[in-house]
Design a protein around this ligand. Structure first.
Ligand code: HEM
Length: 138
């Protein structure tokens, strides 16, 4: 039982830092206007890259490994509809993270401001739907 609680703690800690990292990068993206100077743009690009590599990615790996352990411990199967929905939503969250990285690359290369608000809204909706799927196990 202790292992299970430790895995839940690791899982939720990983999820918080993973999605927190994506959210932080989106807030940074939203604060950038088109045509800001090259130096500031490249500093911001490096900062978001560090958040992605040093916070989001390790946190995602922790959440994934702990989630994998929980699936075995709680005998969760892909045949459970809530779990299938959760996996689809997680793929959606991964795509949101990739789109944020793409927008930062475009901003760094061309100086064109990104579309942070729709991505931020999608992040919030997908997170809430994921929580709904896990907590109701519909
Ligand atoms: C990274 C991929 C993920 C995998 C493989 C995964 C897998 C799992 C599994 C198998 C469980 C155990 C369910 C059970 O006790 O019957 C679980 C619990 C949970 N997961 Fe995830 N999950 C992932 C990501 C997420 C995300 C993105 C969120 C939130 C947005 C989340 C929130 C939760 C919550 C709140 C619990 C319930 C803990 C409890 O009540 O004991 N998970 N996860």
């Amino acid at each position: 039982m202790l292992e299970y609680y430790l895995a839940v703690t690791a899982h939720l800690t990983g999820v918080i830092f993973w999605l927190g990292g994506v959210g932080t990068r989106l807030v940074l993206l939203n604060s950038m206007k088109s045509g800001v100077n090259d130096g500031w743009r490249s500093q911001l690009y490096q900062a978001q890259r560090k958040i992605h590599l040093m916070l989001e990615t390790p946190a995602f790996v922790v959440a994934l490994l702990a989630g994998w352990f929980l699936a075995h411990a709680a005998k969760v199967k892909f045949s459970h509809s809530w779990f299938r929905a959760k996996i689809v939503l997680i793929l959606g969250l991964i795509v949101i993270g990739l789109l944020v990285s793409r927008q930062f690359k475009a901003l760094n290369a061309s100086g064109r401001a990104g579309q942070a608000v729709p991505l931020l809204a999608a992040l919030v909706v997908f997170t809430l739907l994921t929580l709904f799927a896990v907590l109701t196990k519909f």
